[in-house]
Design a binder for this molecule. Structure first.
Ligand code: PLP
Length: 305
């Protein structure tokens, strides 16, 4: 498959499968002009989707909350994701499903209900939100001054393209020579970062914010692993000041897994390396992937015909 036209990625857009470079949208699509989109991302590890049903469940919930209904049903969406991956021949992949409001059927209409909702999907070679070498030394995480948008304005449990606050956090982080950022809300509680949930470890106890955050599938996996490993864990309010006392910090996302930090703001954690509980969770997360945890094998192209 190395030389196939799909080697760089395969997409499904406007009902057709195309090489990723040919996957384009009209500039008047509200997905573009309004960020009026919900989406989800699942990874493929060694030929198998991880927690595919959970990602499809969340995607369906996001679509329902934003009242975006593309014509494809869940079974069709699932088949499209399999086909996108199979076309690329990738065994490790980043796989996105996107539902856009689309364009008004009635020219000039400003009514969301007049729009033709549509599905986009694509598979790309594996992506790490934090590069692997940075994960190995521990990410340097900036505490952004930009507040996370209020939950009452943009529901953070709906996976969406409103990223201005998260991107501002990233710009701040890169200006200060950090790898990435976490954001607090206007009340001073920790939320999440550009593309990941955040966890703190203090005296052997693991916590993650109860607000301003996506209910991450990796976060769920981490909480399950904590139960399995006998580590106390909770989803709870975390004031920004908790970052001044945390023993360890780690980030969690589909595109990278459990990603330890070694610095948070001006603090150097431990010995400037990933902490032991973060590493235990990271190692267990990937070991269980190898053992077939929550795995759905990618169907071959012939099986889809
Ligand atoms: N928070 C945000 C803003 C994200 O974009 C993501 C994933 O892309 C996450 C958290 C982590 O969610 P998941 O573990 O389901 O990938």
């Amino acid at each position: 498959m190395k030389n196939s036209i799909f080697a760089e990625g395969a997409a499904y857009v406007r009902g057709r499968f195309v090489p990723i470079a040919d996957a384009t949208l009209p500039v008047t699509d509200w997905g573009f002009t309004r960020s009026d989109v919900v989406y989800d991302v699942v990874h493929v590890f060694r030929g198998g989707f991880f927690r595919l049903a959970d990602h499809l469940d969340r995607f369906e919930r996001s679509m329902a909350k934003r009242r975006i209904r593309p014509p494809e049903d869940r079974a069709a969406i699932e088949a499209i994701l399999h086909r996108c991956v199979a076309l690329t021949g990738l065994v490790d992949a980043y796989v996105a499903m996107v539902a856009s409001r689309g364009r008004p059927r009635v020219a000039g209409s400003r009514r969301p209900a007049d729009c033709e909702n549509h599905l986009i999907a694509y598979a790309l070679p594996w992506i790490d939100v934090v590069p692997k070498d940075v994960q190995a030394r521990g990410a340097h995480v900036f505490i952004a001054s930009t507040p996370r948008v209020p939950d009452a304005s943009v529901d953070p449990t709906v996976k969406n393209y409103q990223w201005n606050d998260l991107t501002s956090g990233l710009l701040e982080a890169h200006d200060a020579d950090f790898d990435t950022a976490v954001l607090c809300d206007a009340q001073g509680f920790l939320t999440e970062g550009p593309g990941f949930n955040v966890f703190l470890v203090k005296d052997g106890r693991v916590t993650t914010p109860d607000r301003g955050s996506l209910e991450g599938i990796t976060r769920r996996s981490v909480l399950e692993l904590c139960t399995e490993l006998g580590i106390e864990a909770a989803v709870e309010p975390i004031p920004r000041s908790a970052l001044d006392h945390a023993d360890e910090v780690f980030l969690a996302t589909t595109a990278g897994g459990v990603m330890p930090a070694s610095r948070i703001g001006t603090r150097i954690l431990g010995n400037d390396r990933p902490g032991p509980i973060s590493m235990r969770l990271k190692d267990t997360y990937w070991r269980k992937h190898e053992e077939g945890w929550h795995r759905t094998p990618v169907r071959a192209l012939e099986a889809e015909a």
